[in-house]
Structures are given as C-alpha cells and as structure tokens.
Design a protein around this ligand. Structure first.
Ligand SMILES: Cc1cc2nc3c(=O)[nH]c(=O)nc-3n(C[C@H](O)[C@H](O)[C@H](O)COP(=O)(O)O)c2cc1C
Length: 179
C-alpha cells in the first residue's frame, strides 16, 4: 500500500469533460466516503450524489461568483449533516471534522480512479437547501465536484489563471513542533 503519491497528486483543478462518471466509480467513491472514521463512530454525514442532468442544472444557480466552472462537472457530492447527530466533546462540534475526513477519503479515491475532484464552500447554502430539499436544521458542509479531467481550453481566462498557479504549502517547520 502506497498512499503518499495519491495524497500528493490529488489537486483541485477546474476543467471537466462532460463524460458521465460510471456507476461503479460512483459506488467506489461512496464506499471510500463511508469508511471514514468519525467521533464515537456517529457517522453524522449525509450525501446527495448529483449526477442527473436535472440535478446538475439545479446546482448550477447555487454557485458563488468565481465557481461557475463547477457547473460543467458531471458529478457533484453534496455533503451535509444535522448538527444534532454530532458527538460534541468539550463544546467542539465534531460533525464538521467527521465530514472533512469522509471528504478526504472521497478525494483520494477519486485520484485513484483517475477522476478530477474539487471540494468547495463557495455556494449559497439556502439555495442548495431549497433546490435539494435539505432541512433548515441541517448544514451543508461541502460540495465536491467530480469528473474526468478536461483541458484548460475549456476554462475562461480568469479560471485558467487560477488553475495554472503553482500549488504551495507552508513549510512544515513553520507550524510543527516536536515534544
Ligand atoms: C472546505 C474547502 C472549501 C473550498 N472551496 C473552494 C471554492 O469554493 N472554490 C474553489 O475554487 N476552490 C475551493 N477549495 C479548494 C482550495 O482552494 C484548494 O484545496 C487549495 O487551494 C489547495 O489546493 P489543492 O487542493 O490543489 O492542493 C476549497 C477547499 C476546501 C478544503
């Protein structure tokens, strides 16, 4: 098992082919998601796999400015949760943490399958709730867009520039200490 290459290769790019993601791949993504650890094993996450033309069209108007590229992705995973399903410890809401772990599983499995994946927070939560029948008491945590990689000529110049920017991380010695 060699997981580090997938961790490093995973990246948030923005150009997608319209080709649908095969059902077996969608099933593998969901399986990777569901095997995430969660605080007290509460598994507070809920998922809507948006893959129909109708669903993708309903999601497009919910996107924030700057995220218009996401409307071209043939698959989106809406991750949401009811904070009441949380295993709160010391007033820390672990449902968000648990959803994050599950999303990373999904992103890594997508990388393994040769799919592009991009987690986002740039959309209107009330609009997504209304479009997909998510209750007022639930929080939309993340929307992950997925599909086969497209070429950058599919993007507008501003989005193309964002995609061309080098990926970077703070050096570990700026935030890690050893005790
Ligand atoms: C919770 C979360 C929300 C994000 N929201 C957006 C978004 O709305 N639009 C966008 O273009 N990228 C979004 N990103 C992607 C980040 O910008 C990206 O992960 C970061 O720049 C690091 O790049 P990398 O994923 O290629 O390593 C989001 C990432 C996360 C984890």
């Amino acid at each position: 098992m060699s997981i580090l290459p997938a961790i490093v290769q995973r990246e948030s790019k923005r150009a997608y082919l319209p080709t649908p993601v095969p059902a077996e791949m969608v099933a593998e993504l969901i399986n990777a998601f569901r095997w995430a650890p969660s605080c007290r094993n509460y598994q507070p996450w809920r998922l809507i796999a948006v893959q129909s033309r109708e669903g993708v069209d309903k999601l497009a108007p919910c996107l924030a400015k700057g995220n218009e590229w996401a409307a071209a992705a043939p698959l989106a995973m809406i991750v949401y949760a009811n904070p009441k399903d949380d295993a709160t410890i010391d007033e820390k809401p672990y449902y968000l943490f648990d959803c994050g772990l599950a999303v990373q599983n999904l992103l890594l499995q997508a990388t393994e399958l040769g799919l592009r994946s991009h987690p986002t927070a740039g959309w209107s939560e009330p609009a997504i709730r209304a479009a997909f029948g998510i209750g007022e008491e639930e929080r939309v945590v993340c929307v992950v867009f997925l599909g086969f990689p497209g070429t950058e000529d599919l993007l507008d110049p501003e989005t193309k520039a964002k995609d061309a920017a080098p990926r970077h991380r703070k050096p570990a010695d700026t935030w890690v200490t050893f005790a």
